[in-house]
Design a protein around this ligand. Structure first.
Ligand code: SF4
Length: 482
């Protein structure tokens, strides 16, 4: 059976095409402010039904709904079966995209109402019923709610913010293709996502019915570019969210990329297991398995996303032998504390997903309410490094505005040098000696060492926290590898 993409079923409204205005909002209307609470009432919205294929449910192996999902479904969708709820097409077709639709589940805050009353030119809102069931209806500051429901701050243009802060358009040799690093490319296969994250780096382009629509003609141009560049060995297929595409299209694209002799492997970027785990059907996984070596770069924000449904989806992917990695954006008031991130990273590892990047939030337009100081990120990294499994410690990176690429940031670990010894600060702040290879070729130019303060002149090293407590540095034992 040919499955349809949601893009084919219903085009998304245009995304951020209009200038941001700080005064783009008018005061919410009185009747909107006094909207009655409807949380306890079943929905009276038109529920979109989709035709059943004869054996579709059985052949796909539906993701089993959790008790929480079932309770939510019975409350708000009393006429929808558990099987229908677990059908990703039903979830996609019934996404919550307007203020009215949202308020059938819970009253929007004044801020959310004001933002949703004037969606023109903004990144669209789109939340699957499943993901909405995870949101706290009584707390506008709830982490998952802030990630999905727009507020007025999105329209406030802060200093240094831009629609395309990473200058992806500048490094785009073909429509929807970004070639920034020497040996790999980013292939923006679609502009569609099951849910739109309010902090999305590509909010200028996703949710748009035009520019990144999955079109064979556009893809062919990008493929021809890759074919002509033998240095490209790694293709990251993203968007938008590549796993929202019809299996046949994704299969075609993966097969086409695999036919390019110099491409060693492909990766897919996706938030689908977090926002629409029902999409990870057995049939999709079977198709993906045919394209090894294939890696998945997933996107998780908060431990609340690791639900029983999500874990089933992750385990299906891992059982298929697909290496899973996760990227997380550091977001103020959402996950900018060590305990939340530790819970997320531990939860991911338990599900065979390696957290590999923690991103400083990109300065897209209207992101001021999400961005944390870099010092906060470094502080969090200091409280992870050494205190938990190395696999649970991602690399903290800033994607340099203007197109500089990812730059890793580390808590200060090089305390200085003394003679031939390098002074290194451990996770507790204690300084240890490492007998460095003094005559190693290129030492003077080694990154990070050339500028390391000489111990003799380094007040830092002398007064480094923990230095006085350090056991005899000359005899400092080698630390256990992590
Ligand atoms: S899923 Fe990815 S591409 Fe889509 S809105 Fe979220 S961050 Fe952006």
């Amino acid at each position: 059976m040919i499955s349809k993409t949601i893009q084919e079923q219903e085009p998304e409204p245009p995304s951020r095409g209009l200038p941001l205005l700080n005064d783009a909002f008018i005061a919410p209307q009185a009747d909107a402010l006094s909207f009655p609470r409807l949380i306890s009432k079943p929905l009276h919205q038109k529920i979109i039904t989709l035709p059943e294929g004869p054996n579709r449910r059985n052949s796909e192996g539906l993701i089993k709904p959790s008790a929480r999902s079932n309770a939510f479904r019975k409350r708000f969708f009393p006429n929808v079966s558990a099987a229908k709820w677990s059908d990703w097409r039903w979830q996609s077709a019934n996404r919550i995209k307007t203020l009215d639709a949202l308020q059938r589940f819970f009253p929007a805050s004044d801020d959310e109402r004001a933002a949703l009353s004037h969606p023109e030119g903004a990144l669209p809102m789109s939340v699957t019923p499943y993901y909405l069931s995870l949101i706290d209806p009584d707390n506008p500051a709830h982490a998952l709610r802030r990630c999905m429901i727009p507020v007025r701050a999105e329209r406030v243009l802060g200093p240094g913010e831009a629609a395309d802060p990473l200058a992806e358009e500048h490094d785009s040799p073909a429509p929807g293709l970004v070639h920034r690093y020497p040996d790999r490319v980013l292939f923006l296969a679609t502009g569609y996502c099951a849910a739109y994250c309010r902090y999305c780096t590509r909010s200028r382009a996703v949710g748009d019915a035009g520019a990144l629509r999955p079109s064979r003609m556009r893809w062919e141009k990008a493929i021809r570019y890759i074919e002509a560049h033998p240095e490209v060995r790694d293709v990251l297929i993203s968007g938008g969210d590549a796993l929202t595409m019809a299996e046949e299209k994704l299969d075609w694209l993966l097969s086409r990329v695999a036919r390019i002799p110099h491409v060693e492997f492909a990766r897919i970027g996706s938030k689908t297991p977090a926002v629409l785990p029902q999409r990870i059907t057995r049939s999709l996984v079977k198709m993906l398995k045919r394209h090894h070596p294939l890696w998945l770069s997933l996107h998780f924000t908060h431990p609340d996303e690791l639900t029983p449904e999500c874990c089933q989806a992750l385990n299906r992917l891992a059982d298929a032998g697909i290496p899973l990695g996760s990227q997380t954006v550091l977001l103020s008031g959402v996950n900018d504390d060590a305990e939340t991130l530790k819970a997320l990273f531990h939860g991911l590892l338990k599900n065979r997903v390696r957290p590999y990047y923690l991103y400083q939030c990109d300065p897209i337009m209207g992101s001021g309410h999400f961005r944390t100081p870099v010092s906060r990120g470094l502080e969090i990294m200091s409280s992870l490094r050494g205190y938990t499994t190395g696999y649970a410690v991602p690399t903290y990176v800033v994607d340099a505005p203007g197109g500089g690429g990812k730059i890793p940031l580390f808590p200060d670990v090089v305390a200085g040098r003394e003679g031939g010894d390098l002074l290194l600060r451990n996770y507790e702040g204690n300084v240890y000696r490492y007998p460095d290879a003094a005559n190693a070729p290129g030492l003077a130019n080694a990154p990070g060492l050339a500028n390391a303060p000489d111990a003799a002149n380094a007040p830092d090293a002398a007064n480094a926290p923990g230095l006085a407590k350090a056991p005899d540095m000359a005899k400092a034992p080698a630390r256990e590898a992590r």
